[in-house]
Design a protein around this ligand. Structure first.
Ligand SMILES: O=C(CO)[C@@H](O)[C@H](O)COP(=O)(O)O
Ligand SMILES: [Fe+2]
Length: 217
């Protein structure tokens, strides 16, 4: 069970302070949302931010690329220090090749599906990935409401993994994860939990992370 706070809800002017608070507060991963204004209607974080964060934290960097044609950016983010690169199934006609590129760079490969994409779409790429990220909101913004239809997708992924011994991936959820929703996704089989607004909405990220952890452990 890993809690991955998203710095999309951090105080951008005090990013290093907030990242230090997450690390001291027991975060397992640091989730970094990258948005290009094309694949999603918002802009956030370039590779320079990932490179700047790399030396100031020991947390693994879980980079979520919400960009069209991610193959153009994979090497850049790998070199910047990403430990995991998540790319959207919907973002390229060459998802298989893009995931191969990530693996060849020695980075954990993660494939993401939007709320409108079925798990069945991933059948050919599951053997390539260390993680599947199920979007539990439409990508682009923090602070949205959890979409309950995602629960069935997590269950389907668990079934597929159980039925195929060669498959070995974590199941991450992202969007609307808070004290009301985390137990449902954990019960369905998710084991990596991204949380942005919930972690930063109170004064103590540590307390918020602990609240989430207590609910799933
Ligand atoms: O990828 C995204 C949004 O597209 C996220 O990682 C958000 O940052 C999650 O924010 P909350 O829903 O937890 O506020
Ligand atoms: Fe994200």
């Amino acid at each position: 069970m890993k809690i991955a706070p998203s710095i999309l809800s951090a105080d951008f002017i005090n990013l290093q302070r907030d990242v230090a608070a997450l690390e001291a507060g027991g975060a397992d991963l640091l989730h970094i949302d990258v948005m290009d204004g094309h694949f999603v209607p918002n802009l956030a974080y370039g590779p320079q931010v990932v490179a700047a964060l790399r030396p100031v934290t020991t947390l693994p960097l879980d980079v979520h690329l919400m960009v069209a044609q991610p193959e153009n950016f994979i090497e850049m983010f790998a070199k910047a220090g990403a430990d995991t690169l998540s790319i959207h199934y919907e973002s390229t006609p060459h998802i298989y090749h893009a995931l191969q590129m990530i693996r060849q760079l020695g980075v954990n490969a993660s494939v993401v599906i939007n709320p409108g994409t079925p798990v069945a779409a991933l059948s050919e790429v599951l053997p390539l990935v260390q993680q599947v990220l199920v979007m539990t909101v439409n990508p682009g913004f923090g602070g949205q409401q959890f979409l309950p239809a995602s629960i069935q997708k997590i269950e389907q992924l668990v079934q597929l993994r159980q039925a195929t011994p060669t498959l070995d991936f974590d199941i991450e959820v992202d969007g609307g994860i808070n004290a009301q929703t985390i137990q449902q996704v954990a019960a369905a089989g998710a084991n990596v939990f991204v949380a942005g607004s919930f972690v930063f909405e109170a004064n103590s990220p540590k307390q918020q992370i602990q609240t989430l952890r207590d609910l799933i452990e």
